[in-house]
Design a protein around this ligand. Structure first.
Ligand code: SF4
Ligand code: SF4
Length: 717
């Protein structure tokens, strides 16, 4: 990984009384060290990638403390790592993106939570829900309920969030329940400050070893018959212990308001948005002083019935602000109050939307509706006016834009090695006909957008090959599965390749070997070329292609017989290889590896190297493509075939041409796809390849003078 987290890593060293300034997720990382965590693992994914990235780059410092850090192969591996806390008083933390990561980890989580833990366990999940989310919209809450995990959802405030990390370990130890710390996207990226404490070197660690393994104890295995007793202990001992700790240590917060007849119970993570909504209605100030009493649930599972009763008693009505569906908290509060015979009316999903992110605007609508039903003496005109104004502004913007601005779906980076592969796939299908394409998670999923619009399904990370198993038998042509190298190592090798080989699957697997898990922040994987290869490639002005063959060797080792590696930018070779894979007589699994380094990571890697050469006055060449507008036929098929954002249109300088011609914008990184496409698809010969030379040598100057002289000759002829 070439992104540097040097500044964030420095903030991990802050000591007692120092002030941390920065992002929420880095503050959480610092809080782990302040809590005496002994081991940390996880699988990267927005919005919690930074946690692992910063720790991986801080390994030397963590080794001094005795903290072990592991970049796990997937979330299941991370969850299984927490098994260390079943027997040993070790505090462990892992992280991943939820809900998808929690799904992958589910098996290990069940087997962890059944015996329970003696060392505190904290699972930091990025709750990728709402605006800006990139996964299926489901709630982690369901896992907390089914596996009996403490679920923390802190008020977005760095001091509160870091305190809840310490509390999370402590409640886990007090109850033997693993704890999940759920952080929404906005909480992860929230910026602020908090007063630090010294980091704590764990009492048992890689620096301070145990004398011996724990004695054999059958009761700590997730295995019948002890699982029956474990299930009973969850409700008889662990949940009550967790409730006691939550109540005694005041993990939930009560903010009193002037009104005693109504109140709001809110998930901690939504507190800032609630205050924003109340402020718009004139019921709170920007610092959180609210007219209405608020109970903030920094722990959303288990709820403490006494706290719910005490808050609701004497109130006519309470609004539950709970994001997502189903309304687990609302249902539990309703049941709790009914059992305790408390008659407070409860509102929630009847006035708030069932699904979707609870933005300030959404919450404000719900509060207005709640007040209209339960507190008619509170004027809501101001709120109604604000909501109407917001809606009118949105409608006006939408009308003003009309169709003027086209939709801008996300796309591959300029120069991405995966774009050419889909251009080749488009051309191959012109020869053989349409094929079923099983898509996957990763940058290659950008091919689902224009101009490719490819992919019939996405069933999970590394699942593409497995997901075509039921499709292949009913297709006239072989089905294609597309997978990234990240997905291959995460799950695809076993779930897809092994299964296809075992079942004699007659399919084509296309692996995008770009060298990193690019979509999650270009983290290294086992097939990333090492630093020595990267340095050598730069010295020799070569690409990294062919320098790491772990994927090829693994596939051969497991029994793949039909295997081809093709450079990603070689469109015609890729087109022919695809056709070969779809038409060969070979009956088993056919694997094509498209190799080309992630352009984003390549440019980060090469940038400092080029800057060094520039400073030293060394010759530097930058390739750039261009279009000769006199030759451009104007059918724009190059744009439809490539989709590169730097391929654009301009008005022709020829007044007799009415249609726009293609042009290449300055962002072109000279990946060569334009030339390759022109050749493979026999497009018009309008593309030319240019070289921008910095610090030219005498040969360059001589060649430039000669070219200029020839040009002027033609000009005068
Ligand atoms: S991050 Fe890398 S692999 Fe992903 S779209 Fe950009 S260049 Fe392509
Ligand atoms: S060569 Fe073509 S595809 Fe490649 S970066 Fe330049 S304009 Fe984009």
């Amino acid at each position: 990984m070439e992104v540097s987290f040097r500044k964030e890593a420095e903030s991990l060293r802050l000591g007692n009384g120092d002030t941390f300034h920065g992002e929420g997720i880095v503050a959480i990382t610092k809080a782990l060290l302040q809590s005496g965590v002994a081991y940390v693992g996880g699988y990267q994914g927005a919005p919690v990638s930074h946690l692992l990235d910063v720790l991986v780059q801080s390994k030397p410092y963590l080794a001094e403390l005795g903290v072990h850090v592991e970049a796990c192969a997937n979330e299941a591996a991370a969850a299984a790592m927490l098994g260390a806390s079943i027997h040993y008083p070790l505090r462990g933390a892992v992280t991943w993106k939820s809900i998808v990561g929690t799904n992958v980890a589910a098996d290990a989580l069940s087997n962890l939570s059944s015996p329970g833990v003696v060392g505190g366990v904290l699972i930091v999940v990025g709750e990728d829900y709402g605006e800006g989310a990139s996964v299926i919209q489901e709630r982690t809450h369901a896992y907390a309920l089914k596996s009996t995990l403490v679920l923390l959802d802190p008020r977005p405030d760095l001091a509160r969030m870091t305190q809840i990390v310490e509390d999370g370990f402590a409640v886990s130890e007090a109850s033997n329940m693993p704890a999940v710390l759920q952080l929404r996207i906005r909480a992860c990226h929230l910026r602020g400050s908090f007063k630090c404490k010294d980091n704590i070197a764990p009492a048992i660690s890689s620096q301070r070893l145990l004398d011996n393994p724990a004695a054999f104890d059958y009761s700590r295995l997730a295995h019948p018959p002890v699982t029956f007793g474990q299930e009973k202990r969850k409700s008889a001992e662990r949940i009550p212990a967790a409730r006691r700790f939550i109540h005694e240590h005041r993990l939930n917060e009560l903010f009193a308001g002037a009104r005693s007849d109504i109140g709001v119970i809110v998930q901690g993570g939504l507190y800032n948005s609630l205050i924003g909504a109340l402020a718009q209605l004139g019921l709170a100030d920007a610092f959180g002083a609210s007219e209405i009493a608020i109970l903030v649930l920094n722990v959303t599972y288990p709820l403490v019935p006494d706290e719910i009763r005490d808050f609701c008693l004497g109130k006519r009505s309470v609004l539950i602000v709970e994001e997502g569906q189903p309304e687990f908290i609302e249902q539990e509060i309703l049941a709790t109050l009914r059992r305790l015979d408390v008659q407070t009316r409860i509102h929630g999903k009847d006035v708030l939307t069932m699904a979707g992110e609870y933005t300030v605007e959404v919450i404000a609508r719900g509060v207005v509706e709640f007040l209209a039903r339960e507190a008619v003496d509170i004027p809501v005109d101001r709120g109604i006016a604000w909501l109407a104004e917001t809606a009118a502004r949105r409608a006006a913007v939408s009308e003003a834009l009309g169709d003027a601005l086209p939709a801008r779906p996300p796309s591959f980076c300029v120069g991405c090695p995966e774009r050419p592969v889909f251009a080749a796939l488009k051309l191959a299908q012109k020869s053989i006909g349409p094929v079923h394409i099983a898509g996957d998670i990763g940058c290659h999923a950008f091919a689902t957008f224009e101009p490719f619009s490819m992919g019939h399904s996405i069933l999970g990370y590394g699942m593409s090959l497995a997901s075509r198993a039921g499709v292949s038998p009913v297709m006239p042509r072989r089905a294609l599965a597309v997978m990234g190298d990240g997905g291959f190592w995460h799950n695809g090798l076993l779930t897809g390749v092994q299964s296809a080989l075992f079942n004699g699957g007659d399919a084509v697997l296309l692996i995008m070997k770009n060298g990193y898990t690019s979509a999650t922040g270009t983290q290294d994987i086992i097939s990333t070329p090492d630093d020595a290869h990267k340095a050598d490639a730069m010295d020799k002005h070569e690409s990294l292609v062919g320098r790491n063959r772990t994927i090829e060797d693994t596939l051969k080792g497991i029994g793949v017989k039909w295997l081809r590696t093709v450079g990603s930018y070689r469109v015609d070779d890729m087109r022919r290889t695809l056709i070969d894979a779809f038409t060969t007589d070979f009956p088993g699994l056919k694997v094509i590896i498209a190799e080309g380094e992630c352009e984003l990571e390549r440019s980060r890697r090469v940038k400092p190297w080029r800057a060094k050469l520039r400073k030293a006055g060394k010759r530097l060449v930058r390739v750039k493509y261009g279009v000769d507008e006199d030759t451009c036929s104007g059918d724009h098929s190059c744009i439809r075939l490539s989709g590169c954002p730097t391929l654009s249109l301009k008005t022709s300088s020829d007044p007799l041409r009415v249609d726009p011609v293609v042009t290449v914008l300055d962002g072109c990184v000279g990946c060569g796809l334009c030339g390759e496409n022109a050749h493979a698809a026999t497009l018009c010969p309008s593309f030319y390849r240019g070289e921008v030379i910095e610090n030219p040598n005498w040969r360059d100057r001589f060649a430039a003078r000669a070219r200029s002289a020839v040009r002027s000759l033609f000009h005068h002829a």
